[in-house]
Ligand binder design. Structure first.
Ligand code: HEM
Length: 442
């Protein structure tokens, strides 16, 4: 079969220069599905003045994420968005350098580490949830964002609640805000300038504490990174510890918040599942032991289904350093390519009735996700697959355990069919107003 050339790759159109940037930002889900239905697995768009090759579907996910040929760079693709604010993060490294940093970081995510984080999180979650407002519509997104930030400052940084923790949290919020700013000018009244100032304060905070953390007996994530040693007995440099810490807070926070918000939404829309999960949680002992996290089969299915329907990261970009062939098309060297779970998570040839909330599709007797190893990719895949996946899963289950035992909830009248904002991280446009009510049992 003859290989087509890059010029035959369909162009998705749009305004000159701008291309389909506005469509993509307005609704990334609709954008990808229109493109996929019109042109199939390979097409080219202009997004933010750049030519981007859309590679859609599980085969594309596999080719790019597996990266057998070693030609797809995560660093070059993510740098454009993240470099000024989050330099030195794991996603901004490739090849041997990425491998050695990831190996060194792995200790902070092993079984023993996750177990110790669980103990710290147990202390925060119960009392914070007990103070959540009831019987009135409150945006769940804000509630859970506050909670996950508080948990992160304690577990990641070992910083007790109080003024310093609040200031650190604000700095992170400013940095994340800045990373999506269109106007990238370092002026103190613009969100970009505020983010850069936040970064400086955080760098100072961590820099002042690295030596003490390295010498300490602390077991928070900051201490574990500062103390980590490679085979030659070498630590991360102070600068690496600081950069990894700042990047980890960013990578961890909005993604987990997004997932919890989606889970709360689907459980409000499907009260029978809310009931089933509450029964599952009530059957587990209190306080929740780390080992019990492995005994939540229904919660597991619901979380996976929420991640399928509402993947927090809607686009995974890579930079192709060399030309490559995919499905009869030749994609030229030095191209930006984009993968999207929004397509592979909804393809009807893989998922039965894909728009339906149906957690049992993940049960072992159906295992629809096994139909293609790269169909379900909320955490990416290959060497850059999310290092915090198990941490996130544990944290989400721990919060759900407390939430379901303490409260029942429904969507507020105003939020009956919440609209989704997909970019940069999936979240309900209205913040998901819900009404919480104490359950009768707990
Ligand atoms: C439900 C929650 C989460 C989701 C959906 C998620 C999603 C992702 C995705 C899609 C990637 C791959 C990006 C790419 O290949 O370009 C990724 C990578 C990463 N995630 Fe997560 N993430 C979550 C939670 C976390 C948490 C809790 C942490 C840290 C505690 C974390 C730390 C990271 C890091 C460091 C990377 C880069 C890995 C590498 O380049 O080797 N994530 N995540």
């Amino acid at each position: 079969m003859a290989i087509a050339t890059s010029s035959s790759i369909p162009y998705t159109g749009g305004l000159p220069w701008v291309g389909q940037t506005l469509d993509y930002h307005r609704n990334a889900f609709d954008f990808y599905w229109r493109v996929y239905q019109a042109h199939g697995e390979v097409s080219r768009s202009t997004l933010l003045l750049r030519s981007v090759y859309n590679l859609l579907g599980p085969d594309a996910n596999e080719l790019v994420l597996m990266n057998q040929a070693g030609i797809f760079s995560s660093k070059s693709a993510w740098e454009e968005v993240l470099l000024a604010l989050f330099p030195g993060g794991l996603m901004l490294r490739d090849g041997a350098e990425h491998r050695s940093h990831r190996r060194l970081m792995q200790g902070a995510f092993n079984h023993e580490s996750l177990q110790s984080y669980h103990q710290v999180m147990l202390g925060t979650v119960d009392c914070t949830l007990a103070n959540w407002p009831q019987q009135q519509a409150v945006p769940f997104l804000n509630l859970v964002k506050g909670l996950t930030l508080e948990m992160a400052t304690q577990v990641f940084m070992g910083q007790a609640p109080g003024t310093v923790a609040n200031e650190l949290q604000q700095d992170f919020v400013d940095m994340v805000q800045a990373s999506v700013a269109l106007l990238r000018l370092n002026l103190p009244f613009l969100s970009y300038g505020k983010g850069l100032a936040g970064r400086q304060r955080l760098v100072r905070y961590f820099a002042e504490r690295v030596p003490a953390k390295r010498a300490s007996q602390d077991r928070d994530l900051f201490a574990r990174l500062a103390q980590a040693k490679d085979e030659a007995g070498q630590n991360f440099s102070d600068e690496d510890v600081i950069n990894h810490m700042i990047f980890l807070m960013m990578a961890a926070h909005d993604t987990t918040t997004s997932t919890l918000t989606s889970v709360v939404r689907v459980l409000a829309e499907n009260p029978q599942w809310q009931h089933r999960l509450r029964e599952e949680m009530r059957a587990l002992p209190a306080p929740l032991a780390f080992a019990d996290l492995a005994h939540m089969p229904l919660a597991d299915q619901v979380i996976r289904e929420a991640l399928r329907m509402y993947p927090p990261v809607p686009t995974i970009p890579r930079f192709a350093s060399e030309a490559f062939e995919f499905k009869g098309h030749l994609i030229p060297a030095r191209s930006l390519v984009a993968l999207s779970p929004l397509v592979s998570h909804y393809q009807p040839d893989i998922w039965t009735d894909p728009h339906r909330f149906d957690p049992e599709r993940f049960a072992s007797h159906r295992a629809e996700d096994r139909r293609h190893r790269y169909a379900w990719i909320p955490f990416g895949g290959g060497v850059h697959k999310c290092i915090g996946m198990h941490f996130a899963d544990n944290q989400i289950k721990l919060i759900l355990y407390h939430l379901l035992r303490q409260y029942e909830w429904q969507l507020a009248e105003s939020s009956r069919a919440p609209q989704i904002e997909w970019i940069p991280i999936c979240h309900p446009r209205d913040g998901l107003p819900v009404v919480l009510r104490k359950t009768s049992h707990d």
